[in-house]
Design a protein around this ligand. Structure first.
Ligand code: NAD
Length: 358
């Protein structure tokens, strides 16, 4: 069987790590028909849109995609391709495993956590009102007429959106994931003590869902306490489920625990499509130098292989990556203790080492 998969190389270091990933996935023996599609700055130049309809249509038609990072200039009005892609394809679950890889310099050992992040609402609902706009003023007037706490007229607003339906869907995903992957425990992460309505609803719905999974242990933690506990006793945690912004931050924390963004993969899962991507960004200062670490995107490729049911190939990729990193002599600069680029392997050399161990 040949899998037709949309490949979005992205920009910055994206095309280099995407190329490495394609090389490794092709070398597993699983047959791929790569449907290469643009997104980001380049797509703006060629298609007049950072997220062209043709790219979305390709992922919809193929049902699975893998993408490199894409630059989102801060505060420029340039909409985030990543957020746009998740919303357009209803990719509601962001799955971010964080597992210790032997040989990676990391502040913690034996980490094996999975962050399940709600991808479409929470603080990233996209409902925002800029300072000094007519709509913003209208919303502020409306709220001020109904709330004891008065909002200053020049405030900017971002709406945190929590719905019962989307909360149930993400929490159910976390429990189903736990069940399917032999995980023992799901922790519901929230701030319901302060945000009594939005996070209160998240917690209430999550606890209802948890009660339907008596075979999976569950508990809840307030987000700040969760961060501290992850630093103190990470082995007490397993699968963590939470709303969007918390998930974004906690998954970077977990990435830091296992050695940083260069080794952290992720998947965005929806009902009709799934898109896999490294957690890291486009690292523009490393672009075009053949020095970026391809691990995170290659491991995202292994997650994609699992999603496609190619378990053996996925395990071979993960083991090959782990072997190369543990050997330590053909790894990129960021995986070396001295971080000396002159002694490090290039992206293509590390990729070749992984291919040789498949
Ligand atoms: P970044 O992840 O691009 O880079 C932070 C630092 O991490 C880099 O300077 C580099 O030292 C290191 N790094 C990251 N990935 C690496 C790799 N594969 N190999 C070696 N070193 C690596 O984060 P940033 O600088 O905050 O963001 C740069 C751009 O990327 C921004 O425009 C941001 O919006 C975008 N971004 C995109 C995505 C995505 O497409 N999913 C995710 C995060 C950030």
């Amino acid at each position: 069987m040949t899998y037709r998969v949309t490949l979005i190389p992205g920009d910055g270091i994206g095309p280099e790590v995407a190329d490495a990933t394609r090389t490794v996935l092709d070398a597993t023996g699983v047959a791929f028909d790569w449907d290469v599609q643009p997104a980001g700055i380049e797509a703006m130049e060629t298609h007049g849109d950072v997220l062209p309809q043709a790219t979305l249509d390709s992922v919809k038609a193929n049902g699975v995609g893998i993408k490199g990072p894409i630059t989102t200039p801060i505060g420029s009005g340039f909409r985030s391709v990543n957020v746009g892609l998740r919303h357009a394809l209803n990719l509601y679950a962001n799955l971010r495993p964080g597992k210790t890889i032997k040989g990676v310099q990391a502040p913690f050992d034996h980490v094996d956590l999975v962050v399940v992040r709600e991808n479409l609402e929470g603080m990233y609902s996209g409902i925002e009102f800029d300072t000094g706009t007519a709509e913003g003023t209208e919303v502020i007037d409306f709220i001020n007429a109904r709330s004891k706490r008065q909002i200053e007229p020049d405030a900017a607003l971002s709406i945190k959106l929590i719905t019962p339906g989307n909360t149930e869907r993400i929490v159910r995903y976390a429990f189903e994931y736990a069940r399917a992957n032999g995980r023992k425990k799901v922790t519901i992460v929230h701030k319901a003590n302060i945000m009594k309505f939005s996070d209160g609803l998240f917690l209430k719905v999550a606890q209802q869902v948890a009660s339907e999974y008596p075979d999976i242990e569950s508990n809840d933690r307030i987000i700040d306490n969760m961060c501290m506990q992850l630093m103190q006793k990470p082995s007490e945690y397993d699968v963590l489920v939470m709303a969007n912004l918390y998930g974004d931050i906690v998954s970077d924390l977990v990435a830091g625990m296992i050695g940083g963004l260069g080794v952290a993969p992720s998947g965005n899962i929806g009902t009709e499509a799934a898109v896999f991507e490294p957690i890291h960004g486009s690292a523009p200062s490393h672009a075009g130098k053949n020095e970026a670490n391809p691990t995170a995107m290659i491991l995202s490729g292994a997650m994609m292989l699992r999603h496609l049911g190619e378990m053996d190939a996925a395990t071979r990729v993960e083991n090959a990556v782990a072997d190369v990193i543990a050997a330590g002599d053909r790894v990129t600069y960021d995986l070396r203790a001295d971080r000396d680029p002159s002694k490090a392997a290039t992206t293509t050399e590390m990729t070749q080492a992984i291919v040789e161990r498949l």
